[in-house]
Design a protein around this ligand. Structure first.
Ligand code: PMP
Length: 381
């Protein structure tokens, strides 16, 4: 069985697993304790923070450790909206964001905030001009993802950040960077992002560990009440072992990013060209998107049927994103891109990782070919 679902999660790097195990076994002190056990754990946490900060080009004191990007996104969006509500209650995003952003915006909308949902183009992108035109005097926050987790579409984050900085410097800019790390350059400060979320398991680190970059000077209303860990912004004893593992994983991911992107881009382009040639399949992503994601639809065929047929043929792909794939609803992302209901119900994602080889690509193509031969007679016309 070959795994082509790296955008859902990645196999943890064996070195990262070893490091986590060693820390769990030997350094179980509470980093807030002032005795030797606590001090050693605190030192490890301090080094993990410095390592994560260095990997994305920010200062260690700007890193808040969290349990993953769902928490980082909730904290960034609700924490900023609550903290700065006296400035205004207008917030901006798109309809194609990850559920943790989308649902945070819906919740704020229910609590009385006014939301502008910027429409995306047929490839799922917004322009900097659209963001600027959506601004109002009471706008406090813009939240956009770097790379879309379903389609791989890339928003022009650097250009948007630059324009916001010069035309609306008081508006906070949050970037959900989860799908970009290790695939594209990940430098939030150079994009003038104020807030930036990551999840370790998307770059061969552990699940349940993430971070939020909070630019110096920005305050957030904490979502958890409790101790004063993480600069008072995230209460709760830090999971030192997982965070040390995340620091190792992000260093490796960022170091290998250029070679990784070059290699998988070649595979992505081969797979896209192959799918384009198959009558009945529709490609929903293009070469301007992320190097590791290919998204296509089989209109008239349920995505789950395609997924299970491919699985029987030896390859694992995804329907929608992992977080939404158990829902029976058509993809909100594809509908926002203007795709019809049949396309949105038959969407599949192939996502590549660093273990993939030319042979794996051949295996995948053969499996898609056989899947079509099996399913074509069953198509609903
Ligand atoms: N944002 C994006 C773009 C994602 O792909 C994911 C994970 N699917 C998340 C946020 C949430 O990450 P986690 O599930 O690790 O909290």
């Amino acid at each position: 069985m070959k795994y082509f679902d790296y955008a859902a999660t990645t196999p943890p790097d064996p070195d990262v697993v070893r490091t986590i195990t060693e820390v769990m076994e030997a350094q179980y002190g509470n980093p807030s304790s002032i005795h030797g056990y606590g001090e050693r754990a605190h030192q490890l946490l301090r080094r993990a923070r410095a390592g994560c900060a260095a990997a994305i080009g920010v200062k260690p004191e700007e890193i808040i450790f969290t349990s993953g990007a769902t928490e980082s996104n909730n904290l960034a969006i609700k924490g900023a909206a609550l903290r700065y509500q006296s400035r205004g209650k207008h917030i901006i995003t798109t309809a194609t964001e990850h559920a943790s952003v989308y649902e945070s915006f819906l919740q704020l909308q229910q609590w009385g905030w006014d939301v502008t949902w910027i429409p995306v183009d047929s490839l799922g992108r917004v322009t900097a001009q659209q963001v600027i035109e959506a601004l109002r005097p009471d706008t406090v926050l813009v939240s956009l993802m770097h790379v879309n987790n379903e389609t791989g579409a890339i928003h022009p984050i650097a250009e948007i950040g630059k324009r916001l900085k010069s035309e609306a410097p008081r508006v906070l800019f949050h970037v959900d960077g989860v799908q970009g790390v290790g695939k594209l350059e990940a430098k939030p400060a150079s994009w003038y992002a104020d807030l930036y979320s990551l999840s370790a398991h998307k770059f061969r680190g552990p699940k349940g560990a993430g971070l939020l970059y909070v630019r110096s000077g920005i305050e957030l209303t904490p979502l958890l009440s409790g101790g004063s860990q993480e600069n008072g912004m995230r209460a709760g004893t830090e999971n030192v072992a997982l965070l040390v593992g995340m620091a190792k994983a992000i260093r490796l991911a960022v170091e290998h990013q250029p070679q990784f992107a070059d290699r998988v881009t070649v595979y992505r382009d081969q797979i896209m060209a192959f799918i384009k040639e198959i009558p009945g399949l529709v490609l929903n992503s293009d070469q301007q998107g992320a190097p590791h994601i290919i998204h296509f639809s089989y209109p008239g065929m349920k995505a789950e049927v395609v997924l299970h047929t491919l699985e029987q043929l030896g390859v694992t792909v995804s329907t929608q994103s992992a977080c939404s794939s158990r829902s029976a609803e058509p993809s909100r992302v594809l509908l926002a891109m203007g795709k019809d209901a049949a396309c949105a119900a038959g969407g599949l994602r192939i996502s590549l990782g660093d273990e993939h080889t030319e042979e794996d690509v051949t295996l995948l193509k053969q499996a898609i070919h056989q899947m079509m031969a099996q399913l074509r007679p069953l198509e609903r016309r």
